[in-house]
Design a protein around this ligand. Structure first.
Ligand code: GLN
Length: 488
């Protein structure tokens, strides 16, 4: 069962060769052992998980199962799940038990999936290494001295260490793709508006998108089939005819035009990452694809633009954490204002405070035009670059990250270095495009390398097709870190 895909597990469940209770117990046992060592989970609740597994078994017995019925999934602790502690990696929500389900959780419940646990993450999804979590850093299963990436590092580590067959994450500037790359698994960020943000704790609302992690492109498609869909409770949710994201998987890639942005292969890209990405591109050519060079001249502005806009939105979104209605409240204070100050001073970590300060600054009267408005204009130019590039190609490819996983502590003291690890992913969020990362070999220290695929708006099925065909011809996605086996 260790290395089974969602697809394989679902077939075994449907044929009643194994029960959801057995599958769930198997993974929870792994979470309680290896998951603890990696610090990948914030909460596990075996009783709740087994109750859903039993319900799934009844449904399967009645022949009413679907592709995810009975499958245990790990959810990033940013998604509210009724009756589950939902912390967002923060002290300020360390006592918050969600009274309702996020839309994504609701959809998985309707599909009969089981919640295997809630995963560790950077505080409020702010980070690229999982070191800003109030619950401590997560280790990379490939090298426990290295970070798993962030902010969805717990979910990525969980799938990489085979603690769950698939997981959810969120991506505001790269937080699904970057940890997927660092841990040798697949992750997909959908087109903005495809997955509802209802009940997904907000960081930067115009950039945040939920998406799946799994071992294969095919499993990502099955997950996305459940996660995607209109929800009237999110005003940016798109009303579209439902898609089957598996529909193009089997198509041959003959004639597919792959755009290679010159800016992705320039200075700053580590040579071991470049080597693996080049080999992957050679494989795509063997599969019949053509490659063309494209240009994204404004991409170099994406990190500075993001670090104006994302903090601006965060400073507004995080104003709600005031110690009044829910969450942590400072134990001692003199009056209301003092209660707000102490609650927020004690409840938020350093990175979150840094973002709130930057965001408040760029939105303040004297600086709004100079920073916030300027950044919005540049955001439009970045989106236009992609529109131009997609005139010449069907999918864009390149590295997901400039380096493989770095060491714990290596960049923690230098925010700018940390921010630069998202240099290839952030522009995709600014443009609202779909993107994904798939494993494409290993770098110098035997750390996984991720290949990034970027689609045009609603191009998820096309990206998944390209990724799936690559995975039919290669086996990087089936490789597992040493030392995760445990007893079967
Ligand atoms: N690393 C980026 C940040 O810290 C992106 C995080 C994310 O995508 N949630 O903001």
């Amino acid at each position: 069962m260790l290395n089974f895909t969602v697809k394989q597990l679902a077939a075994d469940l449907a044929a009643r060769r194994v029960s959801s209770v057995e599958v769930t117990q198997y993974f929870i046992k792994r979470i309680n052992a290896l998951g603890k060592a990696l610090n990948a989970f914030i909460s596990v609740d075996e009783e709740q998980s087994l109750a859903s597994a039993r319900a799934a078994d009844q449904r399967l017995a009645a022949g009413k199962g679907g592709p995810l019925t009975g499958i245990p999934l790990a959810h990033k602790d940013i998604f509210c799940a009724k009756g589950w502690l939902t912390t967002c990696g923060s002290k300020i929500l360390s006592n918050f038990v969600a009274p309702y389900d996020a839309h994504v959780i609701e959809r998985f419940n309707q599909a009969g999936a089981v919640i295997a646990g809630k995963t560790n993450m950077d505080e409020f999804a702010m980070g690229s290494s999982n070191e800003t979590s109030f619950y401590g850093p997560v280790q990379n299963p490939w090298d426990t001295a290295a970070v798993p990436g962030g902010s969805s590092g717990g979910s990525a580590a969980a799938v990489a260490a085979r603690l769950a067959p698939a997981a959810t994450g969120t991506d505001t500037g790269g937080s699904i793709r970057q940890p997927a790359a660092f841990t040798g698994i697949c992750g997909l960020k959908p087109t903005y508006g495809v997955v509802s943000r209802y009940g997904m704790i907000a960081f930067a609302s115009s950039l945040d998108q939920g998406g799946p992690f799994a071992k294969t492109a095919e499993d990502l498609a099955l997950m996305l089939n459940v996660m995607a869909g209109f929800d009237a409770r999110d005003s940016t949710s798109l009303q579209r005819v439902p898609e089957d994201y598996t529909r193009e998987l089997a198509q041959p890639l003959q004639g597919l035009r792959i755009g290679l942005p010159a800016e992705f292969f320039a200075a700053g890209l580590a040579s071991d990452v470049a080597r693996a990405v080049d080999a992957a591109l050679a494989e795509f050519r063997r599969l019949g694809c053509e490659t063309v060079e494209v240009r994204l001249p404004n991409m170099r502005l994406s990190v500075p633009v993001y670090y104006v806009l994302a903090p601006a939105e965060a400073s507004s979104n995080l104003a709600r954490f005031d110690g009044v209605r829910y969450g942590y409240r400072a134990p001692e204070y003199s009056d209301l204002l003092d209660m707000y100050c102490k609650t927020r001073a004690q409840g938020f970590g350093a990175e979150v405070k840094r973002r709130i300060l930057i965001g408040t600054y760029v939105l303040s009267h004297g600086y709004y035009d100079a920073y916030y408005i300027k950044a919005q204009k540049l955001r439009r130019l970045i989106a236009q670059d992609f529109a131009e590039a997609f005139r010449q190609c069907d999918v864009i490819m390149g590295p997901t990250t400039p380096t493989t996983a770095f060491n714990l502590g290596e960049k923690a003291g230098d925010p700018v270095q940390m921010y630069l690890s998202d240099i290839y992913t952030i522009a995709v969020n600014l443009a609202g495009l779909p993107g994904m990362s798939i494993p494409a070999g290993f770098g110098d220290r035997n750390h996984p390398v991720g290949l990034q695929l970027i689609g045009n708006y609603f191009g998820e099925a096309k990206m998944l097709n390209a990724a799936h065909q690559y995975q039919q011809a290669t086996d990087w996605h089936l490789r597992m870190p040493d030392g995760i086996q445990g007893e079967e």
